[in-house]
Write a protein that binds this ligand. Structure first.
Ligand SMILES: Nc1ncnc2c1ncn2[C@@H]1O[C@H](COP(=O)(O)OP(=O)(O)O)[C@@H](O)[C@H]1O
Ligand SMILES: [Mg+2]
Length: 233
């Protein structure tokens, strides 16, 4: 589903040059929830941004469904952003003034879905994440966990095969964080989605099907014991 081959990325030049990703190889299967851990500043967001078509790598290749990219500039991977990946962020990125339904429908409309269809798909997605009774609530009227579920609804409403979640539970209490991960697991197991999720919490990370550790520019398989080892970053 997602395959990353020998991906390299650095920033700056000369003595200020910083090599962040030094040849990343990884895969995420269809229906798989994979967690990505690693010390602060090791390049987790950089990797997600390249997979999400927001940043170009220096070398290497990414294949996602039928998309092939990695070193293409963001202007050349509009299709990846539109049809390849959905995003979930730590601080939800909802529009304050729009209710849950319009937050989801709005992003579909931006990608060219006609309003009436966007509204129906937004309703379906909100039902799917258990917010069928909260569709006309604005973000301020929702708990953090509920706001993140609106963001999940937005991410899945576009029928994209891969969800990228950059510290999705960072602003949530333990219980709401666990519920978001359970929702991810359910979407992977029952809707055939794949989720790549960055988290600092070893317990949440260990709920995934598989854990990866990004360290010194490379990814390696990890387990719960080594995950605890990097906790106090
Ligand atoms: N646009 C940029 N320009 C220069 N340096 C960057 C840029 N983006 C990220 N970096 C650097 O790359 C490293 C990895 O950053 P990031 O991917 O955000 O790490 P993480 O998400 O793992 O905390 C950091 O040292 C950061 O300062
Ligand atoms: Mg980050």
């Amino acid at each position: 589903m997602l395959k990353v081959d020998n991906l390299r990325k650095g920033f700056g030049s000369g003595r200020r040059r910083l090599e962040v990703l030094k040849g990343i190889n990884m895969e995420v299967q269809k229906g798989e929830l994979v967690s990505l851990m690693g010390p602060s500043g090791c390049g987790k967001s950089t990797l997600l941004n390249i997979i999400g078509g927001l940043l170009q790598a220096d070398s290497g290749n990414i294949s996602l469904s039928s998309f092939n990219y990695g070193t293409k500039p963001p202007s050349k991977v509009v299709d990846v952003r539109r049809n390849g990946v959905g995003w979930i962020f730590q601080d939800f990125h909802l529009v304050d003034r729009l209710d849950a339904l319009d937050n989801v429908a709005f992003s579909l409309e931006l990608s060219g879905v006609p309003s009436s269809e966007a509204e129906q798909r937004a309703k379906d997605a909100l039902e799917r994440v258990g917010l069928g009774d909260r569709m006309d609530f604005i973000p301020d009227q929702l708990s953090g966990g509920q706001q993140q579920r609106v963001a999940v609804a937005r991410a899945i409403s576009g029928s994209r095969p891969l969800i990228l979640a950059d510290e999705p539970t960072g602003n949530l209490d333990v219980k709401s964080g666990e519920e978001v991960i359970k929702l991810f697991k359910d979407l992977c197991a029952n809707d055939g989605l794949s989720v790549l999720m960055v988290t600092h919490d070893p317990l949440l990370a260990s709920m995934a099907d598989r854990m990866l550790l990004l360290k010194d520019g490379l990814t390696a398989a990890s387990d719960i014991r080594s995950a605890w080892g990097i906790e106090g970053e």
